[in-house]
Design a protein around this ligand. Structure first.
Ligand SMILES: [Zn+2]
Length: 202
């Protein structure tokens, strides 16, 4: 089979995307657009400059680039645009079902309301139905944040239980085993949420 035929075949297959961190889908183009829209100085003024900052060799150095980029996400419309940009790309690749991880603590810890995050992301999943994608949201606790922070985050999330399907874990795994959040997972399960924890490096 030629490359073209193989590509056409794989592109045409209906797909499910099951490991997707929405904040990680922020492309330089949208990052620059949101920085300008929100008058945020990210230290770069062109897409080429932003691309140069993508210089990492392990998870820790990746996260050192990844988390500062969150600053461009300020308003509900920003979270909507982030999710919709991904969902449009996914639709073009015939993704029909996606379970999207998001990290509310990466935003609430810098003063953004939980509601701003969840409402923007959720509206994009609703509008994505017109693109023939079934998109669901899984809220992750940041492993390197405290148990107390996870408890507060879950308490907020339960006000939006109809907008998320489950709870997960992400970020730096070193010295942050799932056991640390056992209580929060029990509480989430008792509230009827699905549970997942995944490892990105170990
Ligand atoms: Zn992951």
């Amino acid at each position: 089979m030629s490359t073209t035929v193989t590509q056409q075949f794989t592109e045409g297959l209906p797909k499910a995307e099951l490991h997707l961190h929405i904040e990680g889908t922020l492309e330089p183009e949208l990052k620059l657009k949101l920085a300008q829209r929100n008058h945020i100085d990210i230290g770069q003024t062109s897409i080429a400059e932003i691309k140069k900052t993508y210089n990492y060799h392990d998870l820790a150095s990746f996260l050192a680039v990844y988390y500062p980029a969150m600053n461009v996400l300020q308003h509900e419309a920003d979270f909507y645009d982030l999710a919709m940009a991904y969902l449009k790309r996914a639709a073009a690749n015939n993704v029909r079902h996606v379970e999207i991880f998001f990290d509310p603590q990466a935003h609430t810890s810098r003063g953004i309301d939980f509601a701003t995050v969840i409402n923007g992301l959720y509206q994009a999943t609703v509008d994505a139905r017109a693109l023939n994608i079934d998109a669901r949201l899984i809220m992750c606790f940041l492993r390197d944040f405290s148990k107390e922070s996870a408890r507060q985050t879950l308490a907020e999330a339960l006000h939006y239980k109809d907008k998320i399907i489950g709870i997960g874990l992400d970020s730096d795994e070193h010295n942050n085993p799932p056991l640390k959040f056992a209580r929060q997972f029990e509480d989430a399960a008792a509230a009827g949420l699905h549970l997942t924890t995944h490892c990105d490096i170990d």
